[in-house]
Design a protein around this ligand. Sequence first.
Ligand code: FES
Ligand SMILES: [Fe+2]
Length: 325
Amino acid sequence: MIINDTVLRSDWIVACKIEDVKEEPIQVVIMGERVVLFRNEQGIHAFKDLCIHRGAALSLGCVKDGNLVCPYHGWEYDSEGTCTSIPQLPEGKSIPLKAKAIKYTCRTEYGFVWINLENNNPEFFSFPEFNDSSYRNILWGPQEVNANPPRIVENFLDVGHLSFIHEGFLGVPEHPEIGDYDVHTDGGRIFSDEIVIYQPDPDGTGVAKDVYYTYEIVRPLSVRFTKRDPDTDNKMTILLTILPIAEGKSIAYGIMSFNYETGTSDQEIIDFQDMIFAQDKPIVENQKPEDLPLDLQVELSLKCDRMSIAYRKYLKSLGVTLGTE
Ligand code: FES
Ligand SMILES: [Fe+2]
């Protein structure tokens, strides 16, 4: 079961956009765990969505004076998860020490809220484009996918499908071949050489040309590529990050970053990406086995699948266990 995988549970997992956490608490399911997110003056906090009194979902409650209030009997929890008020207790009776909510470490970065279920505070990855003023950043998602994250991530790293699945958009059938490329590991980064892809309209100007794609594995659930136009040095980077909800169910989020004027609105860019993603969805939702085979003998790979192979090796080296192991 991928949702029990301790390597993935020990990482930062995207929960939602920062803007999704408003006045009212919300529930997000992360690797089978119900998590409540709420906001007060100190920021955004994440608890297990479970009141220790009678198991009510705290996300059905409200925030009052900065405390999360359980909907059932009104117990109040502060930012640390400590219960600060039990309305039913007669005056003078102290609150039991066990009255606590289970708190998860929570971070807001790159427009998203990230949760660490194991509270082991792992290192956070860097996405330099987001804080670079020469880039325009657009958040993308949520997009639900009925598949486990590694198949979705590998599809994003798969250069060979562009001229087929995305024919007329990201490739053309007359140019299906992929030149040889290598994958490098340097200072913890795993990235490909620039791969030449002939696209019918790579930047919205209507001119077909070769562009260069560089893929990079950032984390087990986060990957990115940069597409560069060699004539103008225009760059577009897309980060994809996956929230595993339950076995076989995920939500995809992303960031699209441009260092050039696209001539399109944020919504138009999001709609285009939704359309591209909709082309991939039936593929990844129907792949067998559902879990990526980490034994490289199980599927037949080509040289152009080097990035996928690197991803599988990376998961294996981290000790991620998938169903087929
Ligand atoms: S279940 Fe939460 S206060 Fe009773
Ligand atoms: Fe695709």
